[in-house]
Design a protein around this ligand. Structure first.
Ligand code: ZN
Ligand code: FE
Ligand code: FE
Ligand code: ZN
Length: 265
């Protein structure tokens, strides 16, 4: 079992030491973990209202700390990942930055529509003042841009726009079908992110129907808890694995130095 989406306190909204996350993985018989803390937005020239990522001067320490964990367990393989916000217009800058470091994988995520952090509970009521169909279209257009820029191995929490339970009135299926196709075309992998179960929406990212469409397109999947505390490592994984198998998946994507390989589910 793999958990590729773990945070650290460096992003300022997670708790627990990386050693504690590793111990939790051992206890839960997870054989491979990857840290994917929030890449410093400051390096992309963006400073949101709230601090939601590590500071630029934290990155080197983060990488060293993950590196130091790699020989601390005989049972758990530790990978170096990062979760980067996809911000249109920053692609060239990001490309140069990512080349400077040796990541095993890069998760691309969308948390902002313009300057609105639509994943932040403090701004959740903004959904009520906006057109939900427009929000979903804008969100998925960003997903397409994320895939097409070619900088990311995995898309994080692919339908996180549903996080607070606001749904569009129009049928989402065409958008989801097109999104699945674009992931396939661009060879972008997605994660079954179990954190959504603990969000107001109460379901995984993506939900079952979207998962079925992604499987039908032949898009590779990996698994992540998006843990922001040690106890969340591997949350709901037995249910997640059951769901993946029910949909038809038999393997998970794993990464080493940004090269993908498959491991049995
Ligand atoms: Zn976070
Ligand atoms: Fe995220
Ligand atoms: Fe995350
Ligand atoms: Zn996240």
């Amino acid at each position: 079992m793999i958990d590729y989406h773990l945070h650290t306190p460096r992003c300022c909204h997670a708790i627990g030491t990386p050693e504690e996350y590793l111990a939790e993985a051992e206890a839960k018989e997870i054989t491979e973990i990857g840290f994917a803390d929030h890449f410093p937005l400051g390096l992309l020239g963006y400073s949101p209202r709230d601090q939601v990522t590590m500071n630029p001067d934290e990155l080197a320490g983060y990488l060293q700390q993950v590196e130091d964990l790699k020989n601390q367990s005989s049972k758990v393989t530790v990978k170096t990942g990062i979760e980067v916000d996809y911000l249109p217009g920053t692609e060239e800058k990001l490309k140069g930055l990512l080349e400077k470091y040796s990541f095993d994988y890069v998760i691309g995520s969308i948390h902002f529509l313009g300057d609105w952090d639509f994943t932040h509970p403090v701004y959740a009521e903004d959904y009520q003042n906006r057109d939900l169909n427009q929000i979903y279209h804008s969100y998925f257009e960003l997903v397409w841009g994320l895939c097409r820029c070619g900088l990311f191995d995995i898309i994080g929490h692919i339908d996180v726009v549903k996080k607070f339970g606001y749904r569009p009135s129009e049928d989402l299926e065409p958008l989801l079908v097109q999104t699945a196709r674009i992931l396939k075309e661009t060879e972008t992998c997605f994660e079954l992110n179990t954190a959504g179960r603990d969000a107001p929406v109460g379901e995984f990212y993506p939900e079952q129907r979207f998962l079925e469409l992604l499987f039908a397109e032949g898009v590779a999947v990996t698994l992540g808890s998006d843990a922001h505390s040690p106890g969340q490592v591997g949350r709901y994984f037995s249910e997640a694995v059951g769901l993946l198998k029910a949909v038809g998946y038999r393997e998970l994507a794993a990464f080493e130095k940004r090269v993908k390989h498959a491991v049995p589910l």
